[in-house]
Ligand binder design. Structure first.
Ligand SMILES: [Zn+2]
Length: 205
């Protein structure tokens, strides 16, 4: 029996064991995980159309499963225990995680630039222990709801800033309900004043 054939046979006889060992490595060795993720990304790049098609088909045929899985993982993410576990994991794998984030950021400069808009206010809220939840999509929807205009002076501008109706310094969180678009000059003139001292927020029509 040739070596290649023997190796193939060995693999199929021990497949479950090999896969389990690889899975174990994936979850315990950050370097191995990084390597696998890179391999996956390379494969995806080289077989782009094929992978997209397969993913789309999978999403269409497994809708309910995906929904359940997302709900479960959301619940898991939400729990305090999970938060602690993630913090510990981050401390232990900080360098690898940072490297991975850096690589991703380098490959997606446009996404990074767009995300910075919501990331900064979210971070400010988070630092003060205030609720923070605002996706880029929600911020876009808020701007559309205000027809791309400043909520205070009504000026139409492409450079709308995220404005907290109740300022972060007064305990207002970075939440869709507490956010309006404001032009740069209205946002900076409002500062920490309560909305009641500001020109009325224009009603949505
Ligand atoms: Zn304005």
């Amino acid at each position: 029996m040739s070596t290649a054939v023997y190796q193939k046979e060995w693999y199929w006889r021990n497949r479950e064991r090999v896969l389990a060992a690889n899975r174990e490595r994936y979850h315990t060795e950050p370097e191995y995980r990084l390597l696998k993720l890179q391999q996956k990304a390379t494969y995806k790049k080289e077989h782009k159309g094929e992978v997209d098609l397969r993913d789309a088909l999978y999403r269409r045929t497994h809708k309910d499963e995906i929904k359940v899985r997302n709900a479960v993982s959301y619940k898991k993410r939400d729990s305090e225990k999970e938060a602690t576990r993630r913090a510990v994991y981050y401390q232990q794998h900080r360098d690898v995680i940072r490297q991975r984030v850096k690589q991703w950021a380098k490959a997606h400069p446009e996404k990074v630039r767009q995300y910075a808009t919501v990331k900064n206010p979210l971070r400010r809220a988070y630092r003060l222990g205030l609720p923070g939840h605002l996706t880029l999509e929600q911020w876009r929807a808020i701007k559309v709801a205000y027809k791309g205009k400043c909520a205070y002076c009504g000026k139409r501008t492409k450079r709308l800033t995220i404005e907290h109706v109740i300022p972060i310094s007064k305990g207002g969180g970075t939440l869709p309900d507490n956010i309006v678009p404001a032009c740069y000059s209205c946002n900076s003139s409002k500062g920490n004043r309560e909305p009641i001292l500001m020109p009325a927020i224009r009603l949505l029509v």
